[in-house]
Design a protein around this ligand. Structure first.
Ligand code: HQG
Length: 182
């Protein structure tokens, strides 16, 4: 499988495991798991040719570890990023003092007015390192790095979680805890 083919499959898996399983008539359970065999069968029926071995390669090689199998590989789900309602049973966790959020300059005025909100996703996504945050921001336009006083936000009673692939998740970040660049 070429890198390009892997990316294409990863994008399609994100679509069906996070947003629109109905695209291929797939059902996820309440915790977001799809039956692996059913996923493969439905993808193949819908023109997305994929073998079990290829699926394994995509899951293992995915730079962001977007997907995870159960130990016996009978089920698969996305680690985070859902827009459909699933319960990932994430454990609450004390965040580090500082986390980062990458966004685009065009969002700054609105963020300054409303704080960081989760929009379509289940959570606001934060990164432990600046490089990752800037890459996330770049997806939306001219990237800008925001510094989040996460330990202080947590002290206000706002919950934090860390997904299996290391992304920090929270509900809301008030503007008073956001550091903007000069
Ligand atoms: C912005 C990718 C205006 C927010 C990445 C962001 C990440 C506001 C956008 C994951 C706002 C939402 C998530 C406000 C927040 N006014 N804009 N008040 N509050 N925003 O894509 O964090 O490839 O839903 O700054 O790597 O960019 O999917 O969130 O620009 O981990 O695996 O609204 O998605 O991972 O955009 O990215 P998104 P995100 P995957």
């Amino acid at each position: 499988m070429t890198e390009k083919e892997q990316n294409k499959t990863s994008k399609f898996l994100s679509l069906v495991l996070r947003h629109k399983p109905e695209t291929i008539g797939l059902k996820l359970d309440s915790n977001g798991w799809a039956n692996t065999e059913e996923l493969l069968a439905k993808m193949n029926e819908n023109g997305q040719s994929l073998s079990f071995e290829q699926l394994r390669i995509v899951v293992e090689n995915n730079a962001k570890k977007r997907f995870i199998f159960t130990d016996d590989e009978s089920k698969i789900r996305a680690n985070q990023g859902h827009s459909i309602s699933v319960d990932l049973a994430l454990e609450e966790k004390q965040p580090p003092d500082i986390l980062y959020h990458g966004t685009a300059t065009k969002n700054l005025d609105s963020i300054k007015a409303k704080g960081l909100i989760k929009g379509q996703r289940h959570h606001v996504h934060l990164s432990a390192d600046t490089e990752t945050a800037l890459k996330v921001g770049q997806r939306h336009g001219k990237p800008v790095l925001l510094t989040i006083k996460s330990a202080e936000v947590h002290k206000q009673g706002i919950k934090f979680y860390q997904s299996a692939n290391g992304v920090w998740l929270t509900d809301f970040v008030d503007v008073e805890f956001i550091g903007f660049p000069e």
